[in-house]
Ligand binder design. Structure first.
Ligand code: NAD
Length: 302
């Protein structure tokens, strides 16, 4: 494997360590640490796993974390009222909505109730809009910010580089295109409508893949020596050497987490690559903490 591994855990540790002075400053100014409230509506198993990991990361960093739970049959009005109450609570600096919300509830409408100053996921129209400008975008969507930090951590010069982002979602692909463009990278955004993905990806000195499709990008899609950031998180069955699913002790298919990039073939061609897990994931959590501290500092300043 010639590619260098880009260690997301190492970068996340460094980024979290950099938060200590900001957390101390908020504590000194307010007599309390930064506080993040996460609203969980219903009982989604995946959302609960995320919430547990957020709580642990916040506790380790010295950030207060409240999981605000509401029943899955709550009305949209009740959820909106709870968001409004958190928005009005001066002791809460950051608000995040655990996804998915119950079926039929409009996630965008709910997200837009979060005041931009407390929008630590950077998903309100106001915070996304700031990304189009060069300054003032403090609360950037966590995963896009994580991919950007990993590119810099890998030692890449973004200015002038040929960059390709696969995926154009509002919280990952598009904001990342803005971040790269603001840093003067030459950025192409590929998506489901792209006719010839390989023609674009093989030009990329920096390639970020955020499509949610396991194995979408293989070594054949990669320019030799490129830096590859794999954002995807996919649960797929573990296969044996014959290509048959491996069963666990309960007789069910053994599952594993993989990215959108076929790691084995990509690592033969790339210059540097993030693993899954251990790449974008831990840095995304660090970005959530960073946004919470930034939000709390801005609110402490008044
Ligand atoms: P999304 O479903 O909103 O968007 C997927 C994007 O991929 C779309 O722009 C779509 O056009 C594009 N796409 C799909 N199939 C394609 C194809 N065959 N060719 C080219 N483009 C294609 O997903 P998202 O929320 O942006 O997330 C993307 C991936 O990143 C998912 O796997 C998600 O689980 C993962 N993710 C990881 C983290 C993390 O912390 N590591 C955080 C958020 C999302």
């Amino acid at each position: 494997m010639p590619a260098r591994l880009i260690d997301g855990n190492a970068l996340a540790d460094r980024l979290r360590a950099e938060l200590a002075p900001g957390i101390a400053a908020v504590q000194a100014a307010r007599g309390a640490p930064p506080r993040l409230a996460a609203l969980l509506v219903g009982d989604n198993a995946g959302a609960r796993v995320y919430a547990r990991s957020q709580a642990k990361s916040c506790a380790e960093a010295g950030i207060a974390y409240d999981l605000v739970e509401m029943p899955g049959d709550s009305s949209a009005d009740a959820v909106a009222a709870r968001i409004d109450a958190l928005a009005a609570d001066a002791s809460v600096h950051g608000i995040l909505l655990q996804m998915p919300l119950p079926e039929g509830m409009n996630a965008r409408d709910m997200a837009e109730r979060i005041p931009p100053a407390k929008d630590v996921e950077g998903i309100t129209a106001a915070n996304l809009g700031k990304l189009l400008f060069y300054e003032g975008a403090d609360l950037v969507p966590c995963t896009a910010a994580a991919a950007f930090e990993l590119i810099r951590f890998a030692g890449c010069e973004i200015k002038g580089a040929e960059c390709v982002v696969v995926g154009h979602s509002p919280i990952v692909g598009k904001p990342l295109v803005c971040l790269i463009t603001n840093a003067l990278g030459t950025c192409t955004c590929c998506h489901i409508g792209t006719r010839d993905l390989k023609a674009h990806t093989t030009r990329a000195e920096i390639l970020v893949v955020a499509a949610g499709k396991a194995g979408l990008v293989t070594g054949e899609h990669i320019r030799p020596g490129a830096t590859v950031i794999d954002v995807g998180i996919n649960r797929v069955p573990v296969l044996d050497e014959k290509g048959e699913p491996v069963l666990n002790e309960k007789g069910k298919k053994k599952m594993q987490t993989v990215g959108d990039v076929d790691f084995a073939s990509a690592a033969e061609v790339a210059g540097a690559i993030t693993p899954v897990p251990g790449g974008v994931g831990p840095v995304t959590v660090a970005m959530l903490l960073r946004n919470t501290v930034r939000a709390a500092q801005a609110q402490a300043r008044g």
